[in-house]
Design a binder for this molecule. Sequence first.
Ligand code: ATP
Ligand code: MG
Length: 283
Amino acid sequence: MLRIAIQAKGRLNEQSIDLLSEAGIGVAESKRKLISRADGFPMEVLYLRDDDIPQAVAMGVADLGIVGLNEVAEKNFPVERTMDLGFGSCRISLAVDRTADYNGLDYFRGKRVATSYPNILARFFAEKGIDAEIHTIEGSVEIAPAVGMSDAIFDIVSSGGTLISNGLVEVEKVFYSEAVLIANPELDEDKRRETAQLTFRFNSILESRGMKYVLMNLPQEKLDEAITILPGMRSPTVLPLAQEGWCSIHAVICESQLWERIERLKALGAEGILVLTLENMIR
Ligand code: ATP
Ligand code: MG
């Protein structure tokens, strides 16, 4: 039986539970439990602080974990990065006072930089040959320059609103992160097989995101032209209609192409167009 560690509360908690649940794995949402048995899959769920997930997986306390790549890279424990999960995107950036005369990375030589990600930052500065003082602080990094604790910060940015309200400006985007599935590198054969089942389900879910199932009626004579507009897993499904000279076509279309394709199909004479949400796409 697999044991997976997820964030107990915080930004990744809900989407981790949602992903498991879309994969047919029911997880108790009780925030007070440390561990619970999942429904629908041989799995236990361990609820941890995100900082502790890489270590728990490296030690084998959990077999798998869902955690931000930023935590994995910062902690640097020996874990396998099994798959990227497409949520929790953010970046870690260097930011300086808005009034600073920033002229490139050399600006940081001899400067004090406050961060909760000292290892990622130290690796970056070492790579660029920059000698700066790194000050590790756990929270409220963005106020460090204003209170005189540092000259710059290295912190998570998503929209940039927090930086602006603290009089800072993002000057270097250093590290891009999203939630990832990590695994203990020494899983036995049974656990590897169960992990493969899980990643198969996750992949199907991620692939179907942003896809729509479209059906419409079309004059038979326009079929060949319509097929060139409609992509599908293999090719669109075509069914005859009771009315002579008409058929019904079904296809899967990526959301970003949906309206452009529909306009072209309408121009061909398509009618009764239905667009449905796709729950899963199993290849
Ligand atoms: P914990 O109590 O589990 O230690 P935390 O306060 O350290 O939680 P959260 O703020 O819940 O962490 O963020 C969890 C993860 O969400 C981050 O490590 C990062 O991977 C991701 N994330 C995505 N967007 C943001 C953002 N705007 N700010 C912070 N984290 C973000
Ligand atoms: Mg944390």
